[in-house]
Design a protein around this ligand. Structure first.
Ligand code: PLP
Length: 438
């Protein structure tokens, strides 16, 4: 059987309404700076940094050259019992950006793998530390930690879990912190909800602290539609984890690399976890790569058996891949040279004013913002949840704007190179789109 060269049927697309897409495909064929080019030649303003990842903007020369050069050089080198210089260099550069006390970096190929790695390190650390009974993991409702079994087990999005069986055992969840009744239209962090962190104490008491390995949360939940931590909430989680000897993992796959105006959200919120997961912005989306940063006390606890023995039985064929490492190094150079990791803080007020000007438009029931992240929550249609936001997504694309929707929430996270004019452009188009919605 022969297949047509441009047949769309073979690619089973991820997180996509495949039949809808294939009946009216939205193809991107090129990109530069803040804009994609669609197959019909139209420029599309990228208000989502691809999928929260292209923090340095598209087709940055320095990154492109580094990738080309790397492809001409060392094509592949194992990092199991072997090494190559760029992986070590990148680990050192990432460690420098991480909060005080973080000393080692373990490479993966995606955010999902970073999450699995972090959960495994947390459980194995307790064992290395003489507490093998600590295996329970705690996540949070509406949390998104990728799509592998550990990640969906600690994750809190029903749609991502329900089709996949019993998942991991020994997992519990905190309540989420989205509270429109008290916090709608907050600018920056919401005032109400720090007490929701106290549920951790209840869960700990229920299971007994001696069984609990780690709590994993996104410091700002992105994929569920931009859910911000209430003032004082993360501090409280940190206190309770310290009280009971529980490791705190921040999943910074979205918030890492400048999204909130500091290299990591941990620095923005001045709350330091024990483990940080990252991906996306690490290479500005150019080559798949993720990583897990750990504090030295975690790493050091593994370094005590016979020297010829492997200390952690975990890793990926492509951990620290030469092409990805080269892309990561060039990306970090761009971030440094253009001060992009703090740029979101400088643009935050402009962004906040622009997004909150949408208050009062039809169907808008909440607006949330922090750093260069924003969300506009729409009233769902009575008989068709998600449809209104999806229509906004389709309409925006027609008008030359790429946005992302989840449920009935529009989420925005442009590349960190965005300028004030382009912020204006995003919200002009969105205003027109929202005014035209059913
Ligand atoms: C917080 C968080 N963790 C993990 C992931 C999974 O990353 P990936 O899609 O690279 O596996 C994502 C992706 O959006 C994320 O936002």
């Amino acid at each position: 059987m022969t297949k047509a060269p441009n047949d769309l049927s073979a690619f089973w697309m991820p997180f996509t309404a495949n039949r809808q897409f294939k009946s009216a495909p939205r193809m991107l064929v090129d990109a530069e700076g803040m804009y994609y080019t669609a197959a019909d030649g139209r420029r599309i303003l990228d208000a989502t940094a691809g999928l929260w990842c292209v923090n340095a903007g598209h087709k940055r020369r320095k990154i492109v050259s580094a990738i080309k050069e790397a492809a001409e050089g060392l094509d592949y080198a194992p990092t199991f019992q072997m090494g190559h210089p760029k992986a070590f260099e990148l680990a050192s550069r990432v460690a420098e950006l991480l909060p005080e006390g973080f000393s080692q970096v373990f490479f993966t190929n995606s955010g999902s793998e970073s999450v699995e790695t972090a959960l495994k390190i947390a459980i194995a650390w307790h064992r290395a530390n003489g507490e093998p009974g600590r295996y329970r993991l705690i996540g949070r409702e509406k949390g998104y930690h990728g799509v592998n079994f550990g990640g969906i087990s600690v994750g809190g999005l029903g749609a991502n879990r329900k089709a996949f069986g019993p998942l991991l055992t020994g997992v519990d969840h905190l309540p989420h912190t989205l509270d429109l009744a008290r916090n709608a239209f907050s600018r920056g962090l919401p005032q109400h909800g720090a007490e929701l962190a106290d549920a951790l104490e209840d869960i700990v008491t229920l299971h007994d602290p001696s069984t609990i390995a780690a709590l994993i949360v996104e410091p700002m939940a992105g994929s569920a539609g931009v859910i911000l931590p209430p003032v004082g909430y993360l501090e409280r989680l940190r206190e309770i984890c310290d009280k009971y000897g529980i490791l705190l993992i921040f999943d910074e796959v979205i918030t890492g690399f400048g999204r909130l105006g500091a290299p990591f959200a941990a620095q923005r919120f001045a709350v330091t976890p024990d483990i940080i997961t990252m991906a996306k912005g690490l290479t500005s989306g150019t080559v798949p790569m993720g990583a897990v940063g750990v504090k030295s006390f975690i790493h050091d606890a593994f370094m005590n058996g016979p020297e010829h023995m492997i200390e952690l039985f975990h890793g990926y064929t492509y951990s620290g891949h030469p092409l990805a490492a080269a892309a990561g190094l060039a990306t970090l150079d761009v971030y440094r040279d253009e001060e992009l990791l703090t740029r979101a803080a400088r643009l935050e007020k402009t962004w906040e004013e622009a997004i909150h000007a949408l208050r009062g438009l039809p169907h808008v029931i909440d607006i949330r913002n922090i750093g260069l992240v924003g969300a506009i929550e729409l009233e769902p249609m009575a008989d068709a949840p998600t449809k209104r936001a999806f229509s906004a997504f389709l309409k925006a694309f027609e008008e030359g704007l790429l946005i992302r929707t989840t449920g009935d929430i529009i989420a925005l996270s442009p590349p960190l190179i965005i300028n004030e004019g382009q912020i204006g452009e995003i919200f002009d188009i969105l205003t027109r789109v929202l005014k035209g919605l059913e």
